[in-house]
Design a protein around this ligand. Structure first.
Ligand SMILES: [Zn+2]
Ligand SMILES: [Zn+2]
Length: 294
C-alpha cells in the first residue's frame, strides 16, 4: 500500500525543522529504560511475548550497566565512523563492561539454553563473537551467546557515542551509521518538537539517529521504485519501505502516530510486518541483533 499523503511535511513545522540537527546522540541510561518500558507495554498479545519480556529485562540490565564501570577517555573523532574500530574489535574497556553485564544478566529469568549460553561466555574470549556480529551476520545466526554479546556491545558503544561531538558527524553512505559504521536497523519519523516529520535512521549498535530523506531506499539510496507496505488494521505506526531497484526493505516507525515509539523497541514489536513483506519476497536491509534468526 502506498500512502504518499502521510509523507508530506507539515508546513507549520518548517521553521522548526530548518534548525534540526543532522544526528542525535543518545542519553544511554534513559534510552535503555525507555526501550525496556516500551517493550513491556507492547509485548503482550504477540507471538514473541516471552522473548519480548526477556529483551525488556535485558534492556533494564543495560540501563543498570551504564554507570557501573568506568571508561577511559572519550573516543577520538579524527575520522569518519569514529566508533567503527570499537564496534569490530573493542578493547579492554569493553571486556569489563561485558563481564559486568553478563553477571547482572544472569539474574534474569530465562530459558535453560539461554542460561547455558550465558554461563558458557564465562570462559570464552569475546573478540571472535564480536567479529562474527560485525562482519558476518550469518556466523552469529543460531548462536545463543550472540544476543548477550550484542547487548553488552550496545551498552559499550552507546556510552561511547554519547560522548561524541555531534557537530562533527557527517552523512555517510546510504543507511550507514555515521558514528560506528553499522547498517541502520530501521528508520523513524520524529514526533518531537524541533524535528517533527523528519526521518532518521537508527543504529541498533551505538543508538545514533541520523537524518535521512523521507522517500529513499536505506539500502541502495535510490529514490525510484519505492513503495510502502503495512499491516491492515495495525494503526499505520510501522511501514515497510520497499525498493524495487534492490529488492530490500527498511521499516519506518511513525512517532507522530505512536508517541511512545522507540526505534529499537518498535523494530522488534513490529516483527509481524517483517514476516508479511518477506513472504512477498523482500529482503530485510536493517540489522538488529535481537532479530537475528527471525
Ligand atoms: Zn552506530
Ligand atoms: Zn534499494
Amino acid at each position: 500500500m502506498t500512502d504518499f499523503d502521510s509523507l508530506k511535511p507539515d508546513p507549520s513545522m518548517i521553521g522548526d525543522v530548518a534548525d534540526a540537527p543532522f544526528a542525535i546522540l543518545p542519553e544511554p541510561e534513559a534510552m535503555f529504560r525507555k526501550r525496556a518500558a516500551r517493550l513491556r507495554a507492547g509485548g503482550d498479545n504477540n507471538a514473541l511475548t516471552p522473548y519480548i519480556h526477556f529483551l525488556a529485562a535485558l534492556c533494564d540490565v543495560q540501563a543498570d550497566c551504564v554507570a557501573a564501570t568506568p571508561l577511559a577517555d572519550g573516543p577520538s573523532q579524527n575520522s569518519a565512523r569514529p566508533l567503527k574500530g570499537e564496534r569490530c574489535a573493542p578493547g579492554d574497556d569493553f571486556d569489563r563492561v561485558a563481564r559486568d553485564f553478563f553477571k547482572r544478566a544472569a539474574e534474569i529469568p530465562m530459558p535453560e539454553p539461554s542460561k547455558a549460553a550465558l554461563a558458557n561466555l564465562d570462559g570464552l574470549p569475546l573478540a571472535p563473537l564480536v567479529r562474527a556480529l560485525a562482519e558476518d551476520e550469518d556466523a552469529a545466526h543460531g548462536m545463543a551467546e550472540h544476543i548477550f554479546v550484542a547487548a553488552a556491545l550496545q551498552v559499550y558503544l552507546t556510552r561511547l557515542s554519547a560522548r561524541l561531538d555531534v557537530t562533527k558527524l557527517e552523512p555517510d553512505e546510504p543507511g550507514v551509521c555515521p558514528s560506528c559504521g553499522a547498517h541502520a536497523a530501521s528508520s523513524f519519523v520524529a514526533g518531537w518538537r524541533g524535528a517533527q516529520g523528519l526521518r532518521f535512521c537508527s543504529c541498533a549498535m551505538c543508538s545514533t539517529l541520523w537524518r535521512y530523506v523521507r522517500v529513499r531506499c536505506v539500502a541502495c539510496g535510490t529514490t525510484k521504485g519505492i513503495s510502502y507496505r503495512e499491516i491492515d488494521g495495525a494503526g499505520g505506526a510501522a511501514k515497510a519501505e520497499c525498493c524495487a531497484e534492490c529488492g530490500a526493505y527498511t521499516k519506518i516507525i511513525y512517532q507522530n502516530i505512536a508517541p511512545d515509539a522507540e526505534p529499537a523497541a518498535d523494530d522488534i514489536l513490529s516483527l509481524g510486518l517483517d514476516v508479511l513483506v518477506s513472504e512477498e519476497g523482500w529482503r530485510r536491509a536493517g540489522f538488529n541483533p535481537f532479530l537475528i534468526g527471525y
